[in-house]
Design a protein around this ligand. Structure first.
Ligand SMILES: Cc1ncc(COP(=O)(O)O)c(C=O)c1O
Length: 448
């Protein structure tokens, strides 16, 4: 957070142009979908389960794995080799998803945590439509890039400067490159998931050399962290931490990371992709009052629109200008407008408090369902705004997901369910009912 902001901000900020007329969100949605060649879904109220299967088949033919997002592949959604469950949607609104076959489900996954307000939120959709109508990109940068960067600096504790990118993986990769440029060193000690880029993964198609300078350590393990930093020695460029993995980190672990960075002149980086605009607007660093030097944000920051940011202390961020970090559409206006819509939400209400409260209620609902059914081998883990179901076997997990879908609720397999503002009271009752019914049947099947 910049001091100039704390002391009232600059006086010479450029004036915003007048807002254009507000487009009619509903009209755009209705007109647009019906006019073109696009599949518009079955007529409202009709359900055709075969269609859900047909879309799965079509996707498998033309998209390797069936989906461009790893966690939305059928295998990832429901389990290896499973054949049940819808895979495609035509409409999402609030926390409801209408499948290609016309079923409406309550979504507990909230698009991998990229949506914390709700799908097709009016405020955000209007902001995006306005921006699109005024020209999404041009040969110059849009003023909103500066405006939103300024506003993020107000909100995120460590942010004095900002660079925008399109995906979380890009933002974290940018943070790594900035840290390496700033320090003139290469070694990264990392804990967490950082996206699909070469340096952060191993597997087919990834040369070992790409990640040769990256040492992985488990979450919240001080001894492992110290050992890795010792191995990196004076070559340590950064410690990169996903600050919440299933649970909150210990202060001791973070303090050790800070101390180890300071000892080598290295950069402490938080990956706040899941925690930003969720635990608090400023992420874990605001929630836990612990500032890194750099941080990466994305997901809930734009409520499902494609934009991410690397932010941090100006002295470190300046290094971005001494290396090459660039994406053609990094500053496109619609996704920036989506951030503006999210910020409007955070200004008018305590979004994060509601997410914690709603998450607690979701967890309570599922725990009551487990207890009432007597189901064993399953527990609810995580923290309130991002929680998950842990099953003893993948088969039982898949079967539970199938049974919950029968009750029109989509839970996440092997990863977080996310609370959203759109999970309102009746939804929570429906979630408890669906979970109860699914667990009761799971217990009956186990006993028979
Ligand atoms: C902590 C964290 N970092 C990075 C990423 C990668 O983000 P993206 O999938 O937008 O590239 C994710 C995505 O789940 C994430 O959770």
């Amino acid at each position: 957070m910049r001091l100039s902001r704390l002391f009232g901000g600059r006086q010479d900020e450029p004036q915003k142009p007048e807002e254009p007329e507000q487009p009619d969100v509903e009209a755009v949605a209705d007109d647009g979908a019906g006019d073109g060649e696009e599949y518009d879904g079955v007529p409202e109220g009709d359900v055709d389960a075969d269609l859900d299967q047909q879309w799965r088949g079509r996707a498998a033919d033309v998209i390797p794995g069936g989906a461009s997002t790893g966690s939305k592949r059928p295998d990832a959604l429901y389990g290896e080799g499973t054949t049940f469950g819808p895979t495609h949607y035509t409409r999402a609104s609030g926390c409801h998803v209408t499948t290609a076959g016309g079923r409406t489900l309550i979504d507990c996954t909230m698009a991998l945590g990229s949506v914390a307000i709700g799908y097709a939120d009016d405020t955000i959709t209007r902001a995006v439509l306005n921006a699109a109508a005024l020209g999404n990109v041009a040969g110059l940068s849009h003023t909103s890039e500066v405006d939103i960067a300024d506003r993020l600096c107000d909100i995120i504790p460590c942010a004095e400067q900002v660079r925008f990118l399109k995906s979380g993986a890009e933002a974290v990769s940018a943070a790594v490159r900035i840290a390496r440029t700033y320090t003139g060193k290469n070694k990264i000690v990392g804990s967490g998931y950082f996206g699909w880029h070469d340096w952060a993964n191993e597997g087919p198609g990834i040369p070992a050399g790409a990640r040769a300078d990256v040492l992985r350590v488990p979450f919240d393990d001080i001894v492992a962290l110290e050992r890795a930093c010792q191995q990196a020695g004076s070559e340590l460029a950064a410690i990169l931490i996903e600050p919440v993995v299933e649970k909150l980190p210990s202060k001791e672990w973070l303090e050790a990371a800070r101390r180890l960075c300071d000892a080598q002149g290295a950069v402490l980086v938080f990956d706040e992709m899941k925690t930003g605009f969720r635990l608090r607007p400023g992420g874990y660093q605001e929630y836990g009052s612990f500032e890194p030097d750099l941080a990466a944000f994305g997901k809930a920051m734009a409520n499902g629109f494609p934009i991410a940011a690397v932010v941090g202390r100006a002295a470190v961020m300046e290094a971005a200008a001494n290396t090459w970090i660039s994406s053609t559409l990094a500053g496109e206006a619609t996704a920036l407008a989506a951030i503006a819509g999210v910020l409007e939400w955070h200004e008018k209400t305590e979004v994060c408090d509601t997410l914690w409260r709603t998450g607690e209620e979701m967890i309570g609902a599922v725990q009551r369902a487990i207890a009432a059914s007597g189901a064993e081998g399953v527990s609810v883990e995580g923290i309130a705004p991002m929680w998950f179901l842990k099953f003893d076997t993948p088969e039982r997990e898949s079967r539970f997901l199938e049974l919950a879908l029968d009750q029109d609720v989509l839970f996440k397999r092997g990863a977080y369910n996310y609370a959203a503002i759109a999970h309102e009271e009746q939804t929570l009752i429906d979630i408890e009912h669906a979970a109860s019914s699914a667990f009761v049947q799971l217990v009956e099947e186990t006993q028979s």
